[in-house]
Design a protein around this ligand. Structure first.
Ligand SMILES: [Zn+2]
Length: 105
């Protein structure tokens, strides 16, 4: 079974170990890391919506920086909540149109 693929400079990797446990425990589909790796639960590995969402987060990290993006994300999360976090609003918009569609997977 395929557990890793690459889209441009980003690696999409099925989460295992502690990260896999964390995603499963908190019901999180995937997580964009600061090192251009998206960790994703196995059942979402071919889901273009989830991957586009996370690719947008990797772009946000590149745009705002490894240091500031997580701090701003946390600040927005505390101030606006998860749904109104500007990073999440942008990522939700990207879900259907960014980078890939089903045919590319
Ligand atoms: Zn998100």
């Amino acid at each position: 079974m395929q557990t890793e693929k690459h889209i441009k400079c980003v690696t999409i990797r099925v989460a295992s170990g502690l990260v896999g446990w964390y995603l499963e425990a908190f019901n999180i589909k995937a997580l964009a890391s600061n090192w251009n790796v998206i960790y994703i639960q196995k059942r979402w590995f071919d889901d273009s919506t989830t991957i586009n969402h996370q690719l947008c987060h990797t772009q946000q990290i590149r745009d705002d920086g490894l240091f500031w993006m997580p701090i701003k994300y946390l600040w927005y999360w505390l101030r606006y909540g998860a749904e109104e976090n500007p990073y999440e609003i942008q990522a939700k918009k990207a879900e259907k149109r960014l980078f890939i569609n089903k045919g590319n997977l």
